[in-house]
Design a protein around this ligand. Structure first.
Ligand SMILES: Cc1cc2nc3c(=O)[nH]c(=O)nc-3n(C[C@H](O)[C@H](O)[C@H](O)COP(=O)(O)O)c2cc1C
Length: 386
C-alpha cells in the first residue's frame, strides 16, 4: 500500500504538498479551500501586528514576468504581511482554516525585538490551532527593520529563534532568505538556537523593470521574485544546507508540476510548498499536482517518500571534481535529424557542419562537450558520448 503522508518535525502531513505563505492563504477561507482541494499543509500569510511598515501597497503590486514567451516565467510582488489583524486570525480565521483537514503550519513575523516575537508565539498558540510555526525572517521587501534584514544575519536569526523557541509548545521552524551568499551559516545558527525545521526559501529581492514608453519603473519599489524561474537558485541553497546541516527541510520556490515536488524531495526536502502556481491557476491545480504525484509513485513502484528523500545529494560534486571525468563529444543521428541547423547556430566551437552528402558531422578535435546542441535539438537527434 502506497502512503503519501510525511512526518515533518514530528508532525504528520497527509501528503508533502503545502500551501506557502501568501495571497491564497490571506484568510482562513483561502486556507480552507486549499485544504478542501487536498493539500497536506496550509500556511497563512505572515501574521504580525498592523504597523505602518507592514501595510502592503493597494495600487498595483504584482508583475508577471513573461520573458519573451506567453506563459510567465516568474512574478514580482510588493506584498507585505497579512492585512487582517491578529485578533481576526485568533478569533475567526484560524478556526475556519482548521476545517480544511490540512496541517496548520502558522507563519508569524519576527519582530525587531525577539521578546515581541515570543509574545506573538504565545498569543497564537493559545488558540490550540497551531500544529507548528514558521518564523518569517525572510520577506525581501521592507527597506529595513524586519524580514530579510533579520534573516541575513546569523546572530539575529539565532536570537529570534532562541526567544521564540523558549515559549513555543509546538515544533518551531524558520523560513530563511535566499538573499544571502551563504545560507548554511544562517541555517547552522537556526539549528543551534533550537529550530526544528527550516523552510528554504522565501522570494528573491528583485526589480520588475521599466515601461519603455514612459521611462518609469513598472513597480517603483523592490519586490520579491517567485515562480519557476527561481527554482535553480532555491535548489542551490537547499542542497548546500541539506549537505551541511542535519535538520528537516521544507522547500519553496517554483513548484509548478509534480516533477518539481519529486525533485525537491530527492534533494532532501520533507514537505514542498507552492504559491505562485496556485496564484496563477487557482486552488484546483492542487488535486492535479497530487494525482500526478500519486501516478508517478505507482509507476515507479514507490511505497513512501522515504525511499527517495535525498537520493540525489550524494551525487553532487564540485566543478573541479567533474572536470577530471573523461570528456564527452556530441554525436548526431542523421536518420532522425530534421536539418533545422539549430545545432550549428548554437555551437560556438564551430564543431558541427554539413558534409557534402548532406549529413551533419561533429569535429571531435574541437567539440568541447558542452551539451548545448543536444538540449536545443528539437528532434533529440544529438547525444553526448565518450
Ligand atoms: C504575492 C506573494 C505574497 C507572499 N507573501 C508572503 C508572506 O506573507 N510570507 C512569507 O513568508 N512568504 C510570502 N511569499 C513567498 C512565498 O511563500 C514563497 O516562499 C515564494 O513565493 C516562493 O514560492 P513559489 O515560487 O511557489 O511562489 C509571498 C509570495 C507572493 C508571490
Amino acid at each position: 500500500m502506497k502512503d503519501l503522508s510525511v512526518n515533518y518535525c514530528g508532525v504528520k502531513y497527509r501528503n508533502p504538498l503545502v500551501l506557502a505563505s501568501a495571497t491564497p492563504g490571506q484568510d482562513g477561507e483561502g486556507m480552507r479551500l486549499a485544504g478542501a482541494a487536498g493539500i497536506g499543509g496550509v500556511i497563512p500569510k505572515t501574521i504580525g501586528p498592523r504597523q505602518d511598515w507592514a501595510v502592503h501597497p493597494r495600487n498595483g503590486r504584482l508583475f508577471l514576468y513573461k520573458g519573451n514567451g506567453k506563459r510567465p516565467i516568474g512574478m514580482v510582488n510588493l506584498e507585505l504581511f497579512t492585512t487582517k489583524t491578529r485578533d481576526e486570525w485568533i478569533e475567526e480565521d484560524l478556526a475556519i482554516a482548521k476545517k480544511s483537514g490540512a496541517t496548520m503550519h502558522i507563519s508569524i513575523l519576527a519582530m525587531p525585538n525577539p521578546e515581541e516575537t515570543a509574545k506573538l508565539v504565545e498569543e497564537m498558540q493559545a488558540t490550540g490551532l497551531v500544529d507548528l510555526f514558521e518564523l518569517n525572517v525572510s520577506c525581501p521587501m521592507p527597506a529595513s527593520t524586519v524580514g530579510m534584514h533579520i534573516g541575513k544575519d546569523a546572530n539575529r536569526t539565532y536570537a529570534q529563534i532562541k526567544a521564540a523557541k523558549a515559549v513555543s509548545k509546538v515544533p518551531f521552524t524558520v523560513k530563511l532568505t535566499p538573499n544571502v551568499t551563504d545560507m548554511v551559516e544562517v541555517a547552522q545558527a537556526a539549528k543551534e538556537a533550537g529550530a526544528d525545521g527550516i523552510t528554504i526559501s522565501n522570494s528573491i529581492r528583485s526589480f520588475a523593470g521599466v515601461d519603455i514608453e514612459t521611462g518609469k519603473p513598472i513597480l517603483r519599489a523592490y519586490g520579491g521574485y517567485t515562480g519557476p524561474a527561481i527554482k535553480p537558485v532555491i535548489m542551490r541553497h537547499l542542497t548546500e544546507v541539506a549537505r551541511n546541516v542535519d535538520i528537516p527541510i521544507s522547500a519553496a520556490g517554483g513548484v509548478s508540476s509534480y516533477k518539481d515536488i519529486i525533485e525537491y524531495i530527492m534533494l532532501g526536502a520533507t514537505t514542498v510548498q507552492t504559491c505562485t502556481e496556485v496564484m496563477w491557476m487557482g486552488y484546483n491545480i492542487i488535486p492535479k499536482l497530487l494525482k500526478d504525484l500519486e501516478n508517478w509513485m505507482d509507476k515507479k513502484g514507490y511505497k513512501s517518500f522515504e525511499e527517495i528523500r535525498g537520493i540525489a545529494l550524494p551525487h553532487i560534486a564540485t566543478v573541479e571534481e567533474i572536470a577530471q571525468l573523461p570528456p564527452k563529444f556530441a554525436t548526431i543521428d542523421n536518420d532522425i535529424c530534421t536539418e533545422c541547423d539549430k545545432c550549428i547556430k548554437v555551437c560556438f566551437y564551430r564543431s558541427i557542419s554539413k558534409s557534402s552528402d548532406g549529413d551533419y558531422i561533429v569535429d571531435r578535435s574541437t567539440c568541447d562537450g558542452c551539451g548545448l546542441c543536444e538540449q536545443w535539438c528539437p528532434a533529440q537527434a544529438i547525444t553526448l558520448v565518450d
